[in-house]
Each structure stands twice: as C-alpha cells, then as structure tokens.
Design a binder for this molecule. Structure first.
Ligand code: MN
Length: 248
C-alpha cells in the first residue's frame, strides 16, 4: 500500500517533469537555432535561447588579452547585450526571424534591437575571430588581400587606422562588399556591416571591438597597443572559412 502510493507519486512526478521538459523544449525551440551556427560566419545566425559559451577559457588569449578583461567582457557586457536583445524581441515577430533578416531590416527596428542585437552578434563574431596559436590567411584570402590592399602589411595598416580612428565606441571590420571585393571600415556603437542602415555594408570576415571595455583594464588609454596585440590572436582559420563562404 505504502509502496504503491510512493510509486504513484513518483510516476506523477515523472509525468509532470516530463511534460515540463517537453513544454520547455517547445517554448525554447520557438527561438532556438543550432548553437553550432554561432561558430559560422553568422549570416543565418538566429536568436538563440541560450547565451552561447565562450569558445575558449578566459585566459586563453593571454598575454594579449588578459583573463580579467575577457571575463568581464564576456560575462557582463556580452551577456547584458544578449539578455536585453532577447527581452527586446520577446513577443514580437523578430523572435522567429534570423539575425541576418533582422539586421537587413534594422532601419525599421527600435534602438534597443539595434544596439543589443548588434551587441549580441558582434561579440559572438569577435570571440570566434580570435584563437590562441598562430594561423595564417589562406592562399585565396592572401591573393584577395594583395589585390585590394597591395600587401598584407598595407592591409594591416588600413585596418589599424580604421580601428584607431573610430571616435568613441565601435568596431573595425574586414568585410566583403557587394562587388565581392575586400574592404575595411568601421562602425559606431554596436552597428555592423550586415545592417541596412550601417555606414559600411557587406559580409563581415574579421572584427575588432574598440570599445574601451575591450582593453581598458590592461591597456588603459593605449588603444593602439591593444590593436597591435590583436594581430597575435587572429583566428585566420575562421576568417578563411568566412571568406570562402562569402565569395562562393
Ligand atoms: Mn565589447
């Protein structure tokens, strides 16, 4: 008798827990897309139900990017953009749109969607633009860099200038423009080249965050030092993949 009651209670519990899991699965699925997409060029990137994990440890990019900066940048700044973005799209048609579609319609969206959607995506893109260990641009990307900029050093110089001269907060980008050529530019705040109302437009290949929160703890006001250090941790394997995808 006693045993039966317990069994029934457990069965009841499992049933409701099961229902809860099924319910949670379906409600998450409304906005869930394979988190693996977070590692791609991000064109089809959709809002996700879970804040994506950093692809490496906080100290992985030491000494160029210190662990404390990485932790605060990821766990405070990036997470806040993510949370605010999810809150901004909750209950709206944006919930089921891909990020690329949201960005393509950005001129019609609110400042909250623009700033936080950009802030969410740009940081995922940025984390995956970096890795420990040395990688190099592919032969195809090198040829494109030489064609557009003359040499790799010249490209770096143009990119560095874009990053240094962005007044206040923003990003520097290497991207593929509408003519399928490489270009370098910068955007203010959390804008990116995928937005229809951005100052530079195209498919991003490489991003550098030049907000003070990205470097102030280690480099204080010395943004150029942070920019120089960045070149030691560029994940060219990822940039090569993004390039191949963008020009095919
Ligand atoms: Mn940032």
């Amino acid at each position: 008798m006693h045993k039966t009651v317990i069994t029934m209670k457990i069965t009841k519990f499992l049933k409701s827990a099961g229902l809860l899991i099924v319910f949670a699965f379906f409600s998450l699925n409304l906005i869930a897309i394979n988190p693996d997409n977070m590692k791609s060029s991000g064109i089809e990137l959709a809002p996700v139900a879970e804040f994506p994990a950093l692809p490496y440890a906080y100290n992985a990019l030491e000494p160029y990017i210190d662990a404390r900066t990485m932790e605060i940048h990821y766990d405070k700044h990036h997470r806040a953009y993510y949370t605010n973005f999810i809150n901004a799209i909750k209950g709206t048609p944006l919930e089921t749109m891909t990020l690329s579609d949201i960005f393509a319609s950005m001129s019609k969206q609110s400042d909250a969607v623009r700033n936080n959607g950009g802030g969410f995506y740009n940081h995922v893109f940025f984390w995956n633009s970096m890795a420990a260990g040395s990688t190099t641009p592919s032969a195809e990307l090198t040829a494109a860099i030489n064609k557009t900029f003359g040499s790799f050093d010249k490209f770096k110089e143009v990119f560095n200038t874009a990053a240094k001269s962005r007044f206040g907060s923003g990003w520097a980008w290497l991207y593929v423009n509408a003519d399928k050529n490489l270009a370098v530019g910068s955007t203010p705040y959390q804008d990116n080249p995928l937005m229809d109302n951005a100052t530079v437009k195209g498919t991003p290949l490489l991003a550098l965050d030049v907000w003070e929160h990205a470097y102030y703890l280690k480099y204080q006001n010395r943004r150029p030092e942070y920019i120089d250090a960045f070149w030691n941790v560029v994940n060219w394997n990822e940039v090569n993949k993004r390039f191949a995808e963008a020009v095919k």
